[in-house]
Design a binder for this molecule. Structure first.
Ligand code: FAD
Length: 487
C-alpha cells in the first residue's frame, strides 16, 4: 500500500516493492585478465559530465591541462539537463549576495535571457512581501526572501556546457561508461571504460571522479557513508518529466486565489493516482515540470530498484496527465514532451574525505583556511558555509579528487551540498586543483592550497582565504597511513 507523507513541503511516497524480484544466482564467474588498448593519455581525466564534471573539465583545461571528459550518456549537464532538474537552486545568500560564482556566473552570462526565468538582480535578497510571494510560486523565494534560483531550459544548458568544454580545449568522449579505476601503488592512474568500441583504458596524472555516485573512488577502495534514512527525501528517487501546452499563469492564479479548490484538486489526485505530485514552473509559462513523485525506500545502486522506479514513474506520468487534463485549471491542453533520460537520484555514496562539510559550520560560519568556495545555508537562521578543499580529497588513495553530490559531508549538510550550484562550485575547485597538481607533478593532497585559492579567484570564484582561522584543522596524512587507520 502506497503511503504519502510530508517532508518540509514535499510529499514522499513509500511505494514499497511491487515487482516480483528474481533471486540472483549464488554463482560467480571469473573474468579472464586481458590487455586493453589505451584510448587516451592526459593530465586530467574527468569521469562524468554532470554539473561537477563539466565545471571541473573547463577549469582544468583553462589552466593549461590536457583534459579528457568521459561521459556515459549523449549530453553534458547530468541531472541538471538529462534528469530535467533545471531548477537551479540558490546561488545567493540570504542577504542577496551571490556567493556561488565563477563557473556558475559564466553559465548564466552565456544563457540567452529567453531560456532563463528568475528574479532580476535588483530583487535578490528582497524581503518585499509582494515580490517574495510572486517568486515563491516560481521557486525563487523562501522564508519571504527573494533568491537567485532560476529555472533554465535544459537543452540550452546542454549547449552552453558543450560550448564551454570545447572552447576551453578539453577533449570530450561521450557514450563511454567508466567501470573500474586503474590503481597502482595506492594512487589512481586513470580508468577502464566500456563503449561500443569495447573495453579500453584512459591514463591520467590526476583523475576527477564526478560520477555523482562515487563509482571510481568506491572501486579504488575509498570508504563512503550512506547513513541517510531510506525514507528521507534526500534518498528518494524518481524520473522527472515535462509537459507543454499548459497555462502556468492560470494554474498559479488558481493556487493563490482558490486554496480550497487547490486542496480539493490535490485530494482528488491522491485518491485517483495515490503517488500524486504538483507541478513546478519552468523557463516558459507553457511548460510544466514534475520533479516527482519521490519514491522512497529504494537504492540507486541496485539495478532491480532502478528498473522498478523507472517503470513506476513512467506509468505515473500518464496517470497524472489524465487527472490534470480533466481537472486542473491551465492543463486542459497539456501534452507530454519528455520524460527524463536520466533517473533522478539524490543520494547514494558520500565519500570519506580528508575534510568534511559538517553541521557545526551552519552556526559558526568561520571561513576555513582551505576554503575553495562558499555555499549559501539552508535557511536564514544559519551562516554561509565554507567549503574546504579536503572535502574533495578522498582518504586512503592518491591521484583522485571527487567533487559533486558524493563529496565528503555529513548527512544533513548533504541536503544543500548536493544542489547544482554547489556541484558547479566543487567541480570548479576540483578541476583547478587537478590541473595545478598535474602541472607541478604533485599529488592533489600535497598541493599548496593558497595557490589553488588564488587560481580560483582568478577564474572568478568567491573564496575568502585570508580570513582563515583554523590552522589546527586535520590535514591529510599519507594515503598509506590513512589506509592503515581505516583497516
Ligand atoms: C529529483 C531531483 C530533484 C532535485 N532538485 C534540485 C533542485 O531543485 N535544484 C538543484 O540545484 N538541485 C536539485 N537536485 C540535485 C542535483 O540535481 C544533483 O545533486 C546534481 O545534479 C549533482 O551533480 P553531479 O555533477 O554531482 O552529478 P550528476 O548530475 O548525477 O552527474 C553525474 C554525471 O556522471 C555521469 N556518470 C555517472 N557514472 C558514470 C560512469 N561510471 N562513467 C561515465 N559517466 C558516468 C552521469 O551520466 C552524469 O552525467 C535534485 C536532484 C534530483 C534527483
Amino acid at each position: 500500500m502506497a503511503e504519502g507523507r510530508l517532508f518540509f513541503t514535499s510529499e514522499i511516497f513509500e511505494g514499497g516493492r511491487r515487482r516480483r524480484r528474481v533471486a540472483r544466482p549464488q554463482k560467480t564467474w571469473v573474468e579472464p585478465s586481458r590487455t586493453l588498448p589505451v584510448f587516451a593519455e592526459c593530465d586530467v581525466l574527468v569521469v562524468g559530465g554532470g554539473p561537477a564534471g563539466t565545471a571541473a573539465a573547463v577549469s582544468a583545461a583553462r589552466l593549461g591541462a590536457d583534459v579528457v571528459l568521459l561521459e556515459r550518456y549523449n549530453h553534458l549537464g547530468g541531472l541538471s539537463t538529462g534528469g530535467l532538474v533545471f531548477w537551479i537552486d540558490r546561488m545567493t545568500d540570504w542577504d542577496g549576495k551571490p556567493v556561488i560564482r565563477g563557473f556558475a556566473e559564466e553559465v548564466f552570462d552565456r544563457l540567452p535571457k529567453e531560456y532563463v526565468c528568475g528574479p532580476a538582480r535588483a530583487d535578490w535578497g528582497s524581503r518585499d512581501a509582494a515580490t517574495a510571494a510572486y517568486w515563491s510560486l516560481r521557486a525563487a523565494a523562501f522564508h519571504g526572501i527573494v533568491t537567485w534560483s532560476p529555472m533554465v531550459c535544459p537543452e540550452r544548458l546542454k549547449l552552453v556546457s558543450l560550448d564551454m568544454v570545447e572552447e576551453a580545449g578539453a577533449r570530450l568522449a561521450l557514450h563511454g561508461w567508466a567501470s573500474v579505476p586503474v590503481v597502482e601503488d595506492g594512487a589512481v592512474k586513470g580508468v577502464v571504460f566500456e563503449s561500443k568500441e569495447g573495453r579500453q583504458a584512459i591514463l591520467a596524472k590526476v583523475t576527477v571522479d564526478a560520477t555523482g555516485d562515487g563509482d571510481i573512488f568506491h572501486r579504488a577502495g575509498v570508504p563512503s557513508e550512506n547513513d541517510i534514512e531510506k525514507n528521507d527525501i534526500h534518498h528518494c528517487m524518481n524520473t522527472a518529466w515535462i509537459w507543454a501546452g499548459v497555462d502556468m499563469k492560470r494554474w498559479m492564479d488558481f493556487r493563490t486565489s482558490d486554496p480550497d479548490g487547490y486542496s480539493a484538486f490535490m485530494a482528488l489526485g491522491r485518491e485517483k493516482v495515490r503517488h500524486f505530485e504538483r507541478p513546478f514552473t519552468s523557463w516558459r509559462d507553457d511548460v510544466a515540470l514534475f520533479m516527482g513523485p519521490r519514491q522512497s525506500g529504494f537504492d540507486a545502486l541496485n539495478v532491480d530498484d532502478l528498473t522498478e522506479v523507472e517503470t513506476l514513474c513512467r506509468r505515473l506520468m500518464w496517470q497524472h496527465l489524465e487527472v490534470f487534463r480533466a481537472h486542473a485549471p491551465g492543463f486542459a491542453n497539456a501534452y507530454p514532451v519528455q520524460s527524463a533520460p536520466q533517473m533522478g537520484v539524490r543520494h547514494t555514496r558520500r565519500m570519506v574525505g580528508v575534510e568534511k562539510v559538517v553541521r557545526a559550520q551552519w552556526d559558526d560560519g568561520t571561513p576555513l583556511s582551505s576554503e575553495v568556495g562558499v555555499s549559501p545555508s539552508l535557511s536564514p537562521r544559519f551562516r554561509n558555509i565554507s567549503v574546504p578543499y579536503g572535502a574533495l580529497l578522498p582518504r586512503a588513495v592518491d591521484g583522485l579528487l571527487a567533487p559533486g553530490r558524493h563529496l565528503s559531508c555529513d548527512a544533513t549538510s548533504h541536503s544543500f551540498m548536493r544542489e547544482i550550484p554547489q556541484c558547479w562550485l566543487t567541480g570548479h575547485a576540483a578541476g583547478a586543483a587537478a590541473a595545478l597538481a598535474a602541472s607541478v607533478g604533485v599529488a592533489p593532497r600535497a598541493l599548496d592550497v593558497t595557490v589553488l585559492q588564488s587560481a580560483l579567484q582568478k577564474q572568478g570564484a568567491y573564496v575568502r582565504p585570508s580570513a582563515s582561522s583554523d590552522r589546527a584543522r586535520p590535514r591529510a596524512q599519507s594515503p598509506a597511513a590513512e589506509r592503515k587507520a581505516i583497516s
